[in-house]
Design a protein around this ligand. Structure first.
Ligand code: ADP
Ligand code: MG
Length: 614
């Protein structure tokens, strides 16, 4: 009988290997980001379309590749990072298996452009399902761009296995966060469907954390440091009162590589014992430094698990570091990052972070007493009630950022991106309404066109979210408290969120079987019929719940803002309009509605002039 064993063709072998390396867009993102960092990039840009299913592109300004290396990089086990097995025990780079690009190219259409600093021309390679379609010299900037298109185009079964866009996007953001946290000295930007969703200038770790998770983290971080001969620990932990019930903001890095370890997580949690509830998780970003010969990172293909040769010592060091940090925090008041000298320094002196500074100032201008004074009268009509129109100063939560990512706006590709918040003198002056739908406001450098409903939803959303968090919502008593009969599942839903409803100002109580009594509603919502308001809120909540898997509090804040916002077709007087504009730019995220629609566009003088061919 003839022999029957054959070597698999490369394309098939690669495809099989790809199963391990590329499970979803996020795993490709991790590999591409790590390659960019390994290449010494100082600026990395990520472009995502359709949650990475259509396009995932990583552009870096690193050292680039020669034409031969560019071609070689797609071969399996081709790497520039280790040469001998000895090197395996002293790994300092992210990659080393030489599998990533080969795997990605086996299951997607990949376009690589790369140029080395001293080369005149770069190299373009197009490769699909491991087959090279094109290789030619090309003019390109120094560095490397890898675009992965139509992931799993040739493996439909796996494509079908991908989760919905919000879920895949969440994974992408997680990977992005991990790499961005471990390299605060590298600037990162992320675009999703042509919208800039992260813009992280270089800076200190504390700034990076705030850039990623929101300004509310500024006052919440406690530095944590411990140096021992065996292992060093440094980073930040969150204050106990900032601990959350959901996990997702716990980060360990070993020699700058993100790892998961429930054992070490336990070390941190146990240090928090007595300060947080059993079902809460503290925020932490902790970097461990340890001699590579004491660890084995090669136990898992996706490399987030790690083996320490002396895990118990590492546990003890982490626990003691966190305990000490918490202790120090209790004796001395928490560090205020706004007066942290280093923080200030970078923000004002580093030209790269200037845009961040501008943003800061433009927010602040709307927080000035003069501004508040001029805007109160408008508020009284817009949001009747006894809540002061103080702009929200803290970012509601990191979920808020995710939500923008997850529900992309309808912005088209060619539209300019206006991520900058108008400056001080802007958004004042003449304002008027178009079609009782848009507000046009004049600014020193052009015009702002604001979608009144989206803008108002954004304002209310941030306010309600804050109220739910701080339980500071004010209630107005119903004159004749209505009762509301619900079906059993709606009743259960309402009971489940009673504390949140109370925080918002809804005084709702159980009142016999499947019935609730509405004693009071939020003071700042204009109500004609309390029962209708509550039913409408519940309906909206359920809609959002089935469409998008939102966190309860976020859903509630969104539902109420949708329900009680100014709608299209509502006439506004000039004062109301100015107030709306002012309040919008006092928001943490003025650019989008909670559903991810743009709240405003800016028509600057240049574009206006260009209409007239000037
Ligand atoms: P690994 O990173 O494990 O070596 P990869 O398949 O990810 O394997 O990459 C193969 C090789 O291609 C790398 O060793 C590196 O030499 C080169 N390479 C990949 N991405 C880049 C990049 N962004 N810039 C420069 N070189 C790169
Ligand atoms: Mg790699």
């Amino acid at each position: 009988m003839s022999d029957i064993i054959q070597l698999l063709p490369d394309a098939i072998a690669n495809q099989i290997a790809a199963g391990e390396v590329v499970q979803r867009p996020a795993s490709a993102l991790k590999e591409l980001l790590e390659n960019a960092v390994d290449a010494g990039a100082t600026q990395i840009q990520v472009i995502v379309k359709d949650a990475g299913k259509q396009l995932l592109q990583v552009i870096d300004n690193g050292k680039g590749m020669s034409p031969t290396d560019a071609r070689m990089s797609f071969e399996r086990h081709a790497t520039s990072k280790i040469r001998t097995s000895q090197d395996l025990f002293a790994i300092r780079t992210f990659g080393f298996r030489g599998e990533a690009l080969a795997s990605i190219a086996a299951v997607a259409q990949v376009e690589l452009k790369t140029r080395q600093t001293d080369a005149e021309l770069g190299t373009l390679i197009q490769i699909e399902g491991s087959e090279v379609k094109k290789q030619e010299p090309v003019a390109s900037p120094v560095g490397t761009s890898v675009a992965m298109k139509n992931l799993f185009f040739n493996v439909p079964a796996r494509r079908n296995f991908l989760k919905s866009n919000p879920v895949e996007m969440r994974h992408l953001v997680e990977e992005f966060q991990r790499v961005a946290l471990s390299y605060p000295e590298v600037a990162f930007t992320m675009y999703q469907q042509d919208l800039e969703t992260y813009n992280l200038p270089t800076g200190k770790l504390s700034q990076r954390i705030v850039g990623l998770f929101g300004k509310s983290y500024q006052g919440q971080l406690i530095p944590c440091e411990e140096f021992t001969p065996h292992v060093n620990v440094r980073g930040y932990i969150g204050k106990p009162e900032n601990a959350k019930k959901t996990r997702g903001e716990q980060f360990f890095f070993v020699n700058n590589r993100y790892i998961k370890s429930s054992y070490l997580h336990h070390a941190v949690n146990s240090a928090f014992e007595g300060l947080i509830q059993a079902d809460q998780h503290p925020f932490y970003v902790l970097f461990l430094e340890i001699d590579p010969s004491h660890i084995d990172i090669n136990v898992h293909p996706t490399k987030t698990e790690i083996k320490f040769d002396d895990e118990r010592t590492v546990y003890a060091v982490i626990r003691s570091a966190v305990k000490q940090a918490l202790g120090a925090h209790h004796i001395t008041p928490a560090i205020d990052f706004s007066v942290d000298v280093n923080f200030e320094d970078t923000w004002t002196n580093n030209p790269e972070t200037k845009s961040q500074v501008d943003r800061e100032y433009s927010y602040k201008t709307f927080n000035t007493p003069e501004f508040k004074k001029s805007s109160t009268s408008g508020w009284e009509r817009l949001f009747e009630g006894n809540i002061s129109p103080k702009p929200i100063q803290e970012k509601p939560s990191s979920e808020d950022e995710l939500e923008i990512l997850t529900f992309p706006s309808r912005a088209s590709m060619d539209e300019p991106r206006f991520m900058i918040v108008p400056e001080e003198s802007e958004a004042t002056g003449a304002t008027f309404q178009v079609e009782q739908n848009f507000i046009v406001a004049q600014m020193s450098t052009g015009l702002l066109i604001i979608d009144q409903q989206s803008a108002h939803e954004r304002i209310l959303y941030e306010r309600y979210f804050k109220q739910i968090q701080s339980a500071k919502g004010v209630s107005q008593q119903c004159l004749f408290p209505p009762t509301l009969q619900l079906n059993p599942s709606d009743y259960a839903l309402v009971m489940d969120m009673l504390p949140e409803l109370h925080s918002l100002g809804f005084m709702v109580e159980p009142f016999g079987k499947d019935t609730v009594l509405i004693q009071g509603v939020p003071a700042d919502v204009q109500v004609k019929n309390e029962k209708e308001l509550f039913e409408g809120l519940l309906e909206q909540f359920k809609n959002f719940k089935s469409e998008l898997s939102l966190d309860k509090r976020e859903n509630l804040a969104r539902s109420l803002s949708r329900k009680s916002s100014i709608k299209k077709g509502q006439k506004l007087n000039p004062q109301e309009m100015e107030t709306l504009v002012g309040q919008l730019f006092a928001c943490q995220n003025p650019n989008y509605s909670p559903a991810g629609n743009k709240t405003f566009v800016k028509l600057d003088l240049n574009s206006i002039q260009s209409f007239f061919g000037k």
